[in-house]
Design a binder for this molecule. Sequence first.
Ligand code: FES
Ligand SMILES: [Fe+2]
Length: 355
Amino acid sequence: MKQADLYELTREETYPSGYPSGWYHVLDLKELPPGGVKELQVLGKHLVAYRGRESKQAAVLDAHCPHQGANLAGGDVQGDCIRCPFHNWAFEADGCLSSIPRLEKIPRARTRSYPVREHYGMLWMYHDVSGEVVEPPYEPPAIADIDDGTLRFRGVYAPRDAKMHISEFIENSVDFQHFSQLHGGLTIPWTQIKIPGLRIVYEPGWELDPELEHVAYFLTYAYLSFRGKHYRKTGASVRVTLFGPGSTVWFRFTLPELGDIVMFQTHVPTAPLNQRVRFRYYADRKIPRPLVWYVVGHWISQWRADVEIWERKIMRPRPVLVSLDGPVHKMRRWVKQFYETRPALAADGVAELPR
Ligand code: FES
Ligand SMILES: [Fe+2]
């Protein structure tokens, strides 16, 4: 084993094992037109996504055929079924075998089919930490001011993968010390180039949703200071909704008198220490394009500074904490739920009884 691989393995061992339960953004909808097929290697699984030609419904199935193990991603879509490229067996969106060429009486066979939803240009799949198919305990996000057209789609950003564990994003949200230390210097948006003299002051907070078990919030008011003098009126409030284990989060930037910008940040692991990250943002139509560019770019600059740390750090199960740190233990107690499994669904969609 190479030294670099050994280092990554040592890092990996410090994090919780397993891919936590939650809704994962596995594809953009435009990547999956009717009749489209895509292979996915995410969450420790080999999957195939396809879209029926008639129903226009998307499905995500285990990729390997129950017959002789061919990869269904090499097949094609016929009507609403995906057809295996090897012996042309056809499977429905629920994973059930529906036909075998030249054979009338077919066996009961299936490949696993995972819960999927389509919202805001993204295909979401529900993954359980056990890897089994379960009934999702909650639905993907619904954001009223995107749904009613107040906020309009403004763009996406698809960076390179980040070699980090998925838990780092949520860990970061309670790390109150690092906001002034790592993110305090103002940078040119989308870059790491610091603007001399100007700093950002953060007033961070973290709380659990009073009703929704799977939701927590990071909140801050952020404003400028110049050579030590604070200009509180230059600020904007930011609310980050942590929805599940960090697979889907979104930022709401409220700009006084202009309106809101909402930006999704989604993570899907392709390995324990590798995340595919996507940003997708919407803004009030009153907010001019350069301002959206500035706000989103400012966040991306900060995110890049975090990534540089995340890609080389380990997780401390018992960190040395001081009064400047945020509610690390409270956050970790909350995150535990995403590593607890739920009862698997049987082929007929009913939860299997424990054996
Ligand atoms: S391996 Fe898929 S039909 Fe035979
Ligand atoms: Fe950060």
